[in-house]
Design a protein around this ligand. Sequence first.
Ligand code: BES
Ligand code: MN
Ligand code: ZN
Length: 484
Amino acid sequence: MKLVLKTTTQNLVKTDLLIITARENSRLTLPRGVKVPKLATQSFGGKSREMRLTDATSGLAARVLLVGLGSGKLESETLRRCGALISQKAEKISATSTTVWFDKSVGKSAEKLGQAFAEGLIMGAYQLSDFKSNSPKAQLKRLAIHASREFNIGAKKGRIIGEANCLARRLQDTPANLMRPCDLVSEARKIASGAEQVTSRIIDEKAMAKFGMGSLLSVSRGSSEPAYLIHLTYKPKRKAGKKLCLIGKGLTFDAGGISLKPSAKMDEMKYDMSGGAAVLGAMAAIAELKPNIELHGLVPASENLPDGKANKPGDLVTAMNGTTIEVLNTDAEGRLILADALVYAERKIKPDAMVDLATLTGAVLHALGHEYTGAMGNNESLIEELVESGKNTGELVWPLPIHEKHADAMTGKVGDLKNISGPGIGAGSSTGGAFLKNFVGDIPWVHLDIAGSAWGAADRDYQNGDTGTGVGVRLLVDWIEQNT
Ligand code: BES
Ligand code: MN
Ligand code: ZN
């Protein structure tokens, strides 16, 4: 879909569908020459998400869709949902060209609103249909927005961020046999080759062995698919401000290993690479937004399957920093692959701050449900920054503690650490965070547990429970922008 940005002083051109947005109980402002039947406007109240489709009686539009924006302060989320409703409706009635007309009532924080609107348009149009024999092709080819200059500046950004969210969702939703560690590598390489300021380095198993990444290597041993550590780097043309690092769990399928998972819903474990998808999506967006920071994106990618060579409960592995780990449960594998990626970040990249995203624990779903991501780390103000970005984007974040007792619970009997706590400790997400904390050194760090928020979220027009949410992309881009 091509997005064309115009002002409200520019003339309307011929369009299949004209969208008029309106606040609750306000008069409609129609572009010059366009008329709609009285009955349609009379019965339209302008409530948020209200829509009324009508034929135009004169003017350049074939049909007109009235869309309500509600009353009170205009929130970004309202515009985001409105954008999604519009692209879905246009698609549903097979409009190939659509024009959206905003009047001045859109208000002061117009850039943020424009961004949210375009995010919604793009995210709302997401569909993973490539795999059905008769999958319908998207009809909507061109969408023009008539709005203020500020609104359009935001819309330009919103398109980039919306597309990055859809990229992350496509990676999430693609079945695990088609999105293997090597496929994540191809996707990362594609991002780097399409962006002037992004380079890629792929660390294969041989190179991992040289680094001493025994923890990461132990997880892929049970699979015929080799593991990779993807490292993307974005550098601005000017001298960079901060150096930041994102790390995403890229477990392309988690069967649990020898500690095999039950078969019900095991198919959902294709989503165990959602953290990696968010990192790749964020890198793709940053490559286009070009902020003045140096950004590194790491994705340890592996499968976790049972096999003769797989980790066995009780096995001892050694991470890149020399820490020895007892693998008491082979299903707590996310922390094993992240441990080496975190040490690599701390030792080789030395960022000013780092954030990891991982579908790490089922426990976070019990604690926070699908609408929140759990955040923990070693730096209160960094956690606060991510909570703030959560409020800005609607990708909500809630802090969880890492208590000294949680750290104690991960002390090993044979090795330095064990990868699960003993029975009766509880706090499964916090003990996971406490484990990871051993691998970050002194770098300010936040761990985001997205096992609840990466899929299964309630319907918000631009996302629903049927697909991955791409959670993290919008959050991370906001956080990076706050740090520039
Ligand atoms: N990928 C899972 C976490 C998960 C489970 C995410 C369900 C989404 C839904 C992770 O690798 C895992 O298996 N974690 C274990 C940890 C436990 C063995 C300490 C879990 O949560 O049960
Ligand atoms: Mn697991
Ligand atoms: Zn997992």
